[in-house]
Design a protein around this ligand. Structure first.
Ligand SMILES: Cc1cc2nc3c(=O)[nH]c(=O)nc-3n(C[C@H](O)[C@H](O)[C@H](O)COP(=O)(O)OP(=O)(O)OC[C@H]3O[C@@H](n4cnc5c(N)ncnc54)[C@H](O)[C@@H]3O)c2cc1C
Length: 313
């Protein structure tokens, strides 16, 4: 972790280095505000966890998630953004300059752009925590390779579940997608690809109630939500893609938030505290895409620039 936070007074402090944070940094850097970006634990954000992104414009063949994050970072740094490998853990928005405490020190900031994104939801069933990293995973790109010729289960019914399931078919001998409802939320193209894939199978109206195994995962206990019937399903891997929760605990009581924990912003990405903005999945329960998060980040930085310009008269 960096020690550069000690005593630093910056014009724009960006919390988070995903698509929203790095886009905000690009715009603030081009406005010559020398933004500092704190990366948290995941440089590139959630986008860096996925193998290929096919719906970010400008890449007709798709682009690697991690590669896109690196390109975002390089472009922001090219214009003067400083990326620090540091984690914010406390904020004080009661007076300006605002204070942000980090693992490496403390920052004073004239404006803060919060782009701390979101983290995967857990199933919260017995065995899940104990067997994470021993069969249970939330990242296909990171862990898919370990399941060569193995039997894998994916839980979820949205785009991420389908994208990641299709990715794991490269390695696994079979990929069974388990979903608690009888229809999926995933887009039509992804559903068609999955339906046509010879390695893919589907179990509907079913939930995982327990992950079984001692040293490593061996099976799942499943329950049919319609009939109540319980079965044991043998599998080597379980990948969970059932949604996300915003990484905003630190701002509880300091900013207006929805009851789901999303920071409330207006259409200029302004929070209820002047000079504090939020962008991307920390503030967006609706779209949750790379392009929308990047767009919100850019908007937040434009607004922060105008705010500072107005103050300087
Ligand atoms: C498996 C998967 C596949 C996906 N596929 C696609 C796709 O194909 N197309 C698409 O458009 N979208 C996709 N998405 C969604 C996309 O990745 C997200 O919408 C996007 O990354 C959100 O960007 P963000 O910048 O708001 O937050 P995030 O990407 O979540 O980034 C948050 C950043 O904040 C940092 N952070 C967190 N807490 C702190 C802290 N306390 N201090 C400092 N930093 C902190 C993190 O380290 C990270 O750098 C996918 C997501 C997943 C999980």
């Amino acid at each position: 972790m960096s020690n550069n936070g000690n005593g630093n007074h910056v014009k724009v402090l960006v919390l988070g280095a995903g698509p929203a944070g790095l886009s905000a940094a690009l715009y603030a850097a081009r406005a010559e505000l020398a933004p500092v970006v704190l990366t948290g634990m995941q440089l590139g954000g959630q986008a860096a966890l996925t193998h290929t992104i096919e719906n970010y414009p400008g890449f007709p063949e798709g682009v690697g998630g991690a590669q896109l994050g690196e390109l975002f970072q390089k472009q922001a740094e090219h214009f003067g953004a400083k990326v620090e490998y540091d984690l914010a853990n406390e904020v004080d928005f009661s007076q300006r300059p605002y204070m942000v405490k980090t693992d490496g020190g403390e920052y004073k900031a004239d404006t803060v752009i919060i782009s701390t994104g979101a983290s995967p939801l857990h199933l919260e069933v017995p065995g899940e925590v104990e067997l994470t990293g021993r069969g249970v995973s939330y990242c296909a790109t990171c862990d898919g390779w370990f399941f060569k010729d193995k039997k894998v289960v994916i839980v979820g019914g949205g785009d991420s579940a389908f994208e990641e399931a299709l990715f794991i078919t490269r390695y696994a001998s079979s990929v069974t997608l388990i979903h608690r409802r009888d229809e999926f939320r995933a887009g039509a193209i992804l559903q068609k690809r999955a339906n046509e894939h010879p390695k893919m199978k589907f179990i509907l109206n079913t939930v995982v109630t327990e992950v079984l195994g001692s040293d490593k995962m061996e099976a799942l206990r499943l329950k049919n939500v319609k009939t109540g019937e319980e079965t044991i399903f043998e599998a080597d891997g379980l990948f969970i893609f059932i949604g996300h929760k915003p990484n905003t605990e630190m701002f509880q009581g300091k900013l207006s938030m929805s009851n789901l924990g999303y920071i409330q912003v207006n259409d200029k990405m302004e929070t209820n505290v002047p000079g504090v903005y939020a962008a991307g999945e920390a503030a967006d329960p609706h779209f949750r895409q790379v392009i929308t998060s990047a767009g919100m980040g850019a908007a937040a930085a434009i607004q922060a620039t105008r705010f500072l310009e107005a103050e300087e008269g």
